[in-house]
Design a protein around this ligand. Structure first.
Ligand SMILES: NC(=O)c1ccc[n+]([C@@H]2O[C@H](COP(=O)([O-])OP(=O)(O)OC[C@H]3O[C@@H](n4cnc5c(N)ncnc54)[C@H](OP(=O)(O)O)[C@@H]3O)[C@@H](O)[C@H]2O)c1
Length: 290
């Protein structure tokens, strides 16, 4: 297993990170089980956790996932450096997901994330999604100011187009892009976002890499995925994560987990080597989303 770099100037990390979202949204596990899940991921070798201020139930619960991760890290005995990537730019009024990436809000959200994580500098701060009511350049300008002020070490973008990536890199050094990418949804490959990340030397963090909370359940019965997994002696989820990683050395998938077993199974994906024909088989297969 080789580590992968978070962008050409970023640190090296284990090639699979932990997505924190299922630990804090509706249907979340108990705090004890959530902390066991985070510890299992770290004990198995992960050293990147993806979170966001909005991984919570609603506005009153903002920062739930960040506080949980901070607590788990304080209790963890592993002693290794763990990079926490968080995000700002959304809100959760009454449990809905809305955008608010005004520059002043980005700064306020950054301060709240610093408090929730109990750190002086965020390792990686990502714009969660562009806000159509705000000039994109103004939002990215706020990230540049936060970086200049030392509040943020690395800047990332999420849910962005190739044009937005190119605009942002003209304003601030960008380390990573986080867009959805899995066999069901391949826009990141088709739209050129993944290629742009390679060209610009950015890390790419595919989110929902096994399809998301609903679609991942289709993998164990997917004929092609199951056959590839069986041939390689691995699980369908790990085969799909290996397919995502095989797409580019820039890819560092961040599968979510609400159980220790899922996190540990995702770590195993880093040791799965798909052949070119395995990759082509999954490429050609149909992945209905209904
Ligand atoms: N930037 C954005 O807009 C955005 C949007 C969505 C997600 N994200 C980030 O991306 C992360 C991942 O996305 P996601 O959580 O939506 O979807 P996902 O990673 O595709 O799927 C998550 C679910 O798949 C199951 N799973 C994952 N790996 C598994 C494995 N190796 N074996 C068996 N089951 C496995 C888990 O089940 P159990 O719950 O049973 O463990 C988990 O709840 C999130 O946690 C979040 O950090 C970002």
């Amino acid at each position: 297993m080789r580590k992968r770099r978070l962008g050409k100037n970023g640190p090296e990390v284990f090639p699979v990170g932990l997505g924190g979202m299922p630990l804090s949204i509706a249907g979340r596990p108990s705090e004890e089980e959530a902390i066991r899940t985070i510890h299992a991921a770290l004990d198995a070798g992960m050293d990147l956790i993806d979170t966001a201020d909005v991984y919570c139930l609603d506005d009153a619960d903002m920062g739930h996932n960040e506080r949980l991760i901070a607590k788990a890290l304080r209790q963890w005995k592993g002693g290794r450096q763990v990079l926490v990537a968080t995000k700002g730019g959304l809100r959760r009024p009454a449990g809905a997901w809305t955008r608010d990436a005004r520059p002043e809000r980005m700064k306020e959200a950054c301060e709240a994330s610093l408090r929730a994580l109990g750190v002086e500098t965020l390792d990686l701060y990502q714009l969660h999604a562009p806000d159509e009511k705000v000039r994109f350049e103004d939002t990215v300008g706020a990230l540049a100011e936060l970086k200049k002020a030392g509040k943020v070490r690395l800047v990332g973008l999420s849910n962005v187009s190739v044009a937005q990536i190119r605009t942002a890199v003209g304003i601030v050094p960008v380390a990573t892009v986080q867009n959805r990418f899995n066999p069901f949804f391949r826009e990141a490959e088709q739209s050129g976002v993944l290629k742009a990340c390679e060209e610009l030397g950015l890390g790419f963090l595919p989110y929902s890499p096994v399809g998301g909370g609903r679609l991942n359940k289709k993998l164990p019965t997917h004929a092609v995925v199951r056959a590839v997994a069986q041939r390689l002696g691995t699980t369908p989820h790990a085969a799909v994560l290996a397919w995502v990683m095989a797409k580019s050395p820039a890819c560092i998938p961040i599968p979510g987990a609400s159980r220790p077993g899922s996190a540990v199974a995702s770590v195993a994906a880093a040791s799965v080597n798909l052949s070119l024909s395995d990759i082509a088989e999954i490429d050609r297969a149909s992945f209905p989303t209904d």
